[in-house]
Design a protein around this ligand. Sequence first.
Ligand SMILES: NC(=O)C1=CN([C@@H]2O[C@H](COP(=O)(O)OP(=O)(O)OC[C@H]3O[C@@H](n4cnc5c(N)ncnc54)[C@H](O)[C@@H]3O)[C@@H](O)[C@H]2O)[C@@H](O)CC1
Ligand SMILES: Nc1ncnc2c1ncn2[C@@H]1O[C@H](COP(=O)(O)OP(=O)(O)O)[C@@H](O)[C@H]1O
Ligand SMILES: [K+]
Length: 514
Amino acid sequence: MTVLLTARQMRDAEQAAFASGAATGAELMERAGEGVVSALLNSWGELAVVPSRAIILCGPGNNGGDGFVIARLLARRGWAVRVFLLGQADGLPPDARLNHDRWCTMGDVRRLPFDTPPQPEGPSGVVVDALFGTGLTRGLGPEVAGVLESLEAQGFEGWYRVAVDLPSGLCADSGRRITAEDGTTAAFRADLTVSFHAAKLGHYLDEGAEFCGALAVADIGLSPEATPELVRLVQAPALPLGKRGGHKFDHGHALVLSGGFGRTGAARLAARAALRVGAGLVTLGVPGAAQMEVAAQITALMMRRIEAADDLAQMLEDRRLNALCLGPGLGADRARELVPAALAAGRATVLDADALSAFSDAPDALFSALHPGCVLTPHGGEFARLFPDLSARLSGPARRGPAVSRVDMVRAAAARAGCTVLLKGPDTVIAAPDGDAAVHAAVYERATPWLATAGAGDVLAGLICGLMARGVDPWRAAQTATFLHVEAARHHGPGLIAEDLPEALPAVLRGLGA
Ligand SMILES: NC(=O)C1=CN([C@@H]2O[C@H](COP(=O)(O)OP(=O)(O)OC[C@H]3O[C@@H](n4cnc5c(N)ncnc54)[C@H](O)[C@@H]3O)[C@@H](O)[C@H]2O)[C@@H](O)CC1
Ligand SMILES: Nc1ncnc2c1ncn2[C@@H]1O[C@H](COP(=O)(O)OP(=O)(O)O)[C@@H](O)[C@H]1O
Ligand SMILES: [K+]
């Protein structure tokens, strides 16, 4: 299991190592510096062959201490290294001071802000940001912002930018830039970020990946900590996705409620995804006026007329209908009519799109009807309509580090709703009412910007519904569906439209051994 840590959890892991005698601070700092050097040599092979140049910006804490280790290790490899320190050596914490003093036997330390900004002095090299890491408590003030700006102004064409642990200015817990007192939000923009022990939430959430560039995590010999608050990074599903015999009814029967005439496409997309992901049967619940339209478009999918809440309640007397999806293209009036009847039936239920927005005037009425078998799949706008107070905490400036994160807010939303909540985006966050949380990141090597296409969300809702029809619980269904959704987008590649996603699933499932 890959976990994402907060700054506090990282400090706890470090303290546990000190307390058990497993490592000292100086040993961890040495390994951190070694980790950065080997990651940058691995990333850019030419730097491993011929000694190059480095400009290293060290901050007033232990992130700066890592910078002094890196300076020493690169200088030993024959690199030309220039080191700059923000603040006074006297103010450095003990391990950073030790490494400062060791570096001072090999080279000098100039002060920050620059008296004169350094010139590239060569066609290639590395600028290392060791200003702030997990200890960032406030935004980069004009002094540090000015340092970053003057480096940018020099161009440094052909040079690589490496952030130690985190790009300075970025919050470890939220991936948001911290806003300074003057309202600015400066941050180092890296090509490579090298973190230690485990990735932090901020590497994946919000603006994190954009500022980190690429991400490497160096092992510094800390043991994994198992605490209940840990957030996992969603990876390939552990559950068996293949069908192992049985009748079609053994694989569940999903019901997707469609909107009216001219608005049935979204529900058809969701239904097709539910069928492709392995639900035994999938039926579309369609109002009379749209039946001709739907009938002309479907083959393996089935259709039943559902006009009003009574029709739905009657249909759900058939216990074999075990998973529902409401929202895609449903329309607000139809959502207000059908959602209460659907929730009263107590089936595994996905609520998306209109099934969420229709309750923006009375979210509490929706929350009181939800049950643990439900999954809500809002995008940012729908989340703001149902949870305006939580959304506002994310949209305002983050003035202190660590800042409130999408994980904090989705956890709060899941607790309020009493069911699984999945907030969509390149950094999808999934939380369960008991506080479990997971991040699914379509960033770095799994980036799929072409998923930002109309109807992609409808397919995701259908995938969750189909998996729940197969008996997967809401928490695992939400994670597995999100993973399959992005894998389908990766398999297809650019040019993707929502219709392509269900069609890419067979290859994805085969690739996962289904
Ligand atoms: N926790 C661990 O297990 C390890 C930590 N290491 C390094 O230690 C770092 C954390 O060290 P620290 O806790 O000392 O924190 P940092 O070095 O990130 O920064 C803390 C210092 O910066 C000051 N500060 C914070 N925000 C500021 C701002 N906007 N402007 C000016 N000053 C600001 C603080 O007052 C404090 O003096 C990690 O990011 C990592 O690089 C590594 O050496 C390896 C092991
Ligand atoms: N830049 C992106 N990278 C990866 N996934 C994305 C990106 N933008 C959107 N997505 C995903 O695409 C889907 C879009 O859903 P949604 O916003 O509901 O759109 P729609 O209502 O048109 O279906 C979500 O699953 C979301 O996580
Ligand atoms: K840094």
